[in-house]
Design a protein around this ligand. Sequence first.
Ligand code: SF4
Length: 265
Amino acid sequence: MAGVTTSSSGFTETDLGRTRRARRIGRALTDTHPDAHCELDHSNPLELAVATILSAQCTDKKVNEVTPKLFARYPRAADYAGADRAELEELIRPTGFYRNKTDSLIKLGQALVERYDGRIPGKLADLVTLPGIGRKTANVILGNAFDVPGITVDTHFQRLVQRWRLTAETDPVKIEHAIGALFPRRDWTMLSHRIIFHGRRVCHARKPACGACTLVKLCPSYGTGPTDPAAAAKLLKGPRARDLAVAAGVDPELVPVQAVVAEAP
Ligand code: SF4
């Protein structure tokens, strides 16, 4: 039948049914993660571009520890363009892969000075031509520094939309288009933050907290992780772990204190 998809696991759904379920998931995530936001500290597009480059293979928390000193020392694109390599390397070393990242930051600064008068451009087509900036980074910058709706397909986003069977695509650009088609454009940026929040705090790669998840009724992968509330509550992470348990109808006392202080990956 047209518009009906059956996945390899036997999960069958019409296109309309999938769109409706996707929108319900979106609404449930809005209620579950009212604090969702871009977790990289920044106050302008250049700072966000730099922080996003540093976040490759590194936690946002670690990046946020490094950037106050970095942003104070290099406030303009020209400062990165003319940076002393050894000094810049030393400042960003804690984020890992610091030699490659230093390369990207210096080249980014040079490209911005040469081609964009030292400013970060506000268009995807321009952003992706800049050193160190791929489509994912460009969408983060557009959505959070320019208010242009963008979908950020990172590892969490990819894992969750596949668990929800919202798309069978595996290529990030195809995933971006497939998920974009299910939601109003104006919701794209916040939807991305909420999905990534859910991936970091509830629906982990190895052991998702299924028994303490607000999406139980909407998720075809329920049961991938422990369904017992006591076991699942231990897997919740972050300062709102107890609120997340309450939202899922689970006794917040089951959430151990370590979960509340745990850093969301
Ligand atoms: S029910 Fe389990 S697999 Fe589905 S979203 Fe929740 S934690 Fe993830």
